[in-house]
Ligand binder design. Sequence first.
Ligand SMILES: Nc1nc2c(ncn2[C@@H]2O[C@H](COP(=O)(O)OP(=O)(O)OP(=O)(O)O)[C@@H](O)[C@H]2O)c(=O)[nH]1
Length: 542
Amino acid sequence: MRPSFGFFLSFKFKISVLVIALVLIAGIGSGGISLLIAESELRQVIARQELSLLNSAAALIDSDLQDKRQLLRLLAEQFQAHQLTLAQVQEELETHETLREEFFNVSAFDASGALIASLRDRNAKRINIADRKYFQETMRLREGVVSAPFKSVLSGRPVVVLTQPLRDADGRIVCILLGAIDLLRPSFSAQIDSLRSSSDGYLFIVTDDGVIIHHPDRSRLLEKTDPEPGSVLEAALQGGEGWQDGILDNDVPVLLVHKHLREAAWNIALSYPMESAFAPMRSVRWRAFLGAALLTGLAGIFGWGVTKKLLRPLRRLHDHVEDISAGRAGIAVFDVDRGDEFGHLSRAFYALSQRREQAEAELHRIATTDVLTGIHNRRMFDDFLPKALARAARTGQQVGLAFLDIDHFKDINDTLGHAAGDEVLVEFARRLTAAVRTTDTVARLAGDEFVIVFEQLGSNTEIDLLGRKILDAMQPPFLGGTARLTVTASIGIALTTSSNVTVDEVMRAADQALYGVKAAGRNGFAVNMVGAERVLRARIKT
Ligand SMILES: Nc1nc2c(ncn2[C@@H]2O[C@H](COP(=O)(O)OP(=O)(O)OP(=O)(O)O)[C@@H](O)[C@H]2O)c(=O)[nH]1
């Protein structure tokens, strides 16, 4: 028994799988591309949103630094206008309350870098900052600068200082004012932190040199970062504004948005974890997956239904083949009027079946025809007689079987040769066929032995007429080579109407009758009723 894989091997199953696969590929493909586009769009939207936030923060800090520098400038101008001596600077600083609000401390140093005044502590340690870069830069440029972040010697806190030179009437720098910003509590801290409303991500400020000025983790202030080449931090330190995807802090993938400040060599940056940025995409992805699964299921059902419908003609074709095999239908059922492939296939089957039927008919004809005479042969007779008897039994009509044997045929062969004998046999068959009705069946059994099956006989006398007619037909001379021959035949006829009679009984009766004619001197016929003890009639031609 074949294993029952039929369902999986079926065309319907394969087509359905194909439809599902195509829908799945199309779904995943278009869904995947859509998601990629959506992710890219979302990244742009988030980045732009965060950048606008940074712009606000940068504007705040720039404005704060500008205000502070302006304040120092005004102070310096005021000192110059009042032509204050260095000894008066401490007193004068202490009169300006706004300085305490704007700066963590304001101090003054003479042209040699020595401390001459400190707003927070007038008794502060007398330090000298001549070797500090911001001091030297201010002296060189003769204008205020923003220092690199450093740890203050006076306060011990991380600070950034703004400088402002103070000139005498001759334009010589006599003093430098320093406004310190406490990086632990910068004035802009509260403002920019409030801008960062979301709990995800954080803002930080880093100098162009990579030193952290502002960071939610205060312990990282003044830390010198060392960005790897190509990293997001390196991109942020290169100035300008923009955004990059990359890794920051403990291998966390982030979207880093950054902007350079106008008032200082600082970069403000916002680190936004990708995980949070694409949280909405996760639910979209899940829904897209569910949608694709649903679509695939529906496509499978649809594919199955459509394939089943499309293959219905093939099913019908299969049924036709089975019907024809079982004899329930003829090959004409293949001759359908369809213009599609199934129609072509069915008509091709029809043409093939027609050719096969013709070939079979030809084979049957060859198998049932006597090669020499062209009439039926023994095979045909053996097949035909039982059927004729069965038909007669059904209809109740009389059936007759005649055995014919040419008289002394051996002599013809012996005297004129086998070929002449053949000529006689062919002519004998021709005359025999012409003498009987088309409903009667003539066959050659072997040698010079012939049979006739008479069906639908009207009366007993009709068979007498037929017997005479056959003998008369042989009357004209035959040609055997060049010789003209007189050929006679002996005919034994069996008659029956009984439905119980067997083929053997009929043959025996015909044979008996023939034997009787031969015994009576040949060239005649005898009729024998099947089952009768003796031959009924014998007519010898004279
Ligand atoms: N020419 C020819 N002769 C055949 C063929 N088949 C058989 N024969 C010969 O036909 C002859 C038949 O002779 P029989 O019927 O036995 O004898 P007969 O001479 O007819 O004598 P009776 O039948 O008693 O009158 C034999 O000599 C066979 O060799 C054939 O196809 N062609």
